[in-house]
Design a protein around this ligand. Sequence first.
Ligand SMILES: NC(=O)c1ccc[n+]([C@@H]2O[C@H](COP(=O)([O-])OP(=O)(O)OC[C@H]3O[C@@H](n4cnc5c(N)ncnc54)[C@H](OP(=O)(O)O)[C@@H]3O)[C@@H](O)[C@H]2O)c1
Length: 354
Amino acid sequence: MKMQQRTGPFVWMRKTFLVVLTAILLLSAATCGSQATAAQPSKEPVQEMTGNEAPAEEPATEEEPTEMTTTQEPAATGVFDLEKGTVLLNSGYEMPVLGIGCFALSDAQAENSVYWALRDGYRLIDTARIYGNEAGVGRGIRRAIDEGLVTREDIFVTTKMWTSDYDNGDAAVQASLDRLGLDYVDLMILHHSQPSNDVQAYQAMERAMEAGKLHSIGLSNYYEPEDFDRLVDATSILPALLQNETHPYHQSTEMKEHIAQYGTVMESWFPLGGRGNTQILFNDDTIASIAAAHGKTSAQTILRWHLQAGNIAIPGSSNESHIAENFDIFDFSLSDEEMAEMTAIDRDDRFADY
Ligand SMILES: NC(=O)c1ccc[n+]([C@@H]2O[C@H](COP(=O)([O-])OP(=O)(O)OC[C@H]3O[C@@H](n4cnc5c(N)ncnc54)[C@H](OP(=O)(O)O)[C@@H]3O)[C@@H](O)[C@H]2O)c1
C-alpha cells in the first residue's frame, strides 16, 4: 500500500520542526547528559504547529543521567548507535535496538527466553497483555536480576495495552505492572488502532507516564499516516515508537518517513517474517547470498539489515541457540550495495492480515 506524499508548506513545517527538535535535544543532552535524560516528551514543537494544549509535566524517573565527558557527542533523537546498540527516543530515554519478542510463547517459555536473552546480552524485551505471558516475562527478569546478570535499570521492558482494555486504560496499565511485577515499564504501546476509543486509551498512558509508571509511550499497527496523525493531533505526548509489521518484503518506507517528523522510530514485528513464513525470507536469493558472503545465517543478515535500516528488531524465539544466534550480529555490517540490494526486494506485502 503506497502512501500519499505531502508537499508545500507541510514539508517546510516538518523541516522547521526537525531543526527545532534537534536543537532542543542537543541542548537537553548537553546540560543533562546523553543517557536517560527523561527530557520533555517532545510534543512542544508540534503544539507550536497545531496550537494544542501546554505540554505535560516531566515524567518521574529512577534512572540517573549518565555523566558526559567532554569527548562524548550528544546523541541525536532517532539515530541508531550500533556501537552501543541503542537509539535515543523522543521521550529522552535510550532504547536498545535489538530485543527478544515473546509473541506465541507460553508463560514458561517466555520466562526461559527472557532469561536466556538477558544472559546473552539482550537488554530489550517485548511482550503484551494479550500474549498471556507477562507473569512469565517478569519471572525471567527476576531470575536474571537475582543471579546478578542485570539490574532493573539495565533493561528495557515493553508491553502493550489490548483493545478490549481501551475503555479502562488506567486499570490496564496497573494490571500489566502487577503481572510483570515491576514498578514501571520502559514503554507501553497501544496494540492496535481503534478509532472509537484509542485516544482515551492513549490519554490513560499519558497519565501513567506523568505518574512515573511508564517512561515512554507509543503505538502499534497504525498503517496509514492519516490514522497516525489522528491520534497525534488529539493527544499531548508524541509517540516514541511505532511497532508495525516490518521486514524485507514489507519495509514500511513511507510510514517511517512520515513518523520521522515527530522523532518517532519504527520497531519491526515479524522481523523474520513470523512463524510459518521465516523460510520464505531465509531462502530469498538476495538474502541467502548476502548471508553466505558474510558467513552469517539468513536470520542474522535480516536482523543486521533491520538495524542498519533504522528499524528496532525484536525477533521472537523459544529456542536457546536461535536466541544466541540472533544477538550475534554486531561483528559485521552490510555494505551500501548490499543495503541497496535489500531495498530492492521490498514487495510492500504483509504476511499478516491484521
Ligand atoms: N504489535 C503486534 O501486533 C505484534 C504482532 C506480532 C509480533 N509482535 C512482536 O514482535 C515479535 C517478533 O515477531 P514474531 O515472534 O511473531 O515473528 P519473528 O520474530 O519474525 O519470527 C519468529 C519465528 O522465527 C523463528 N526464529 C527465530 N530466530 C530464528 C533463527 N535464528 N533461525 C531460525 N528460526 C528462527 C522462531 O522459531 P524458534 O522459536 O524455533 O526460534 C519463530 O518461529 C513478537 O515475538 C512480538 O513480541 C507484535
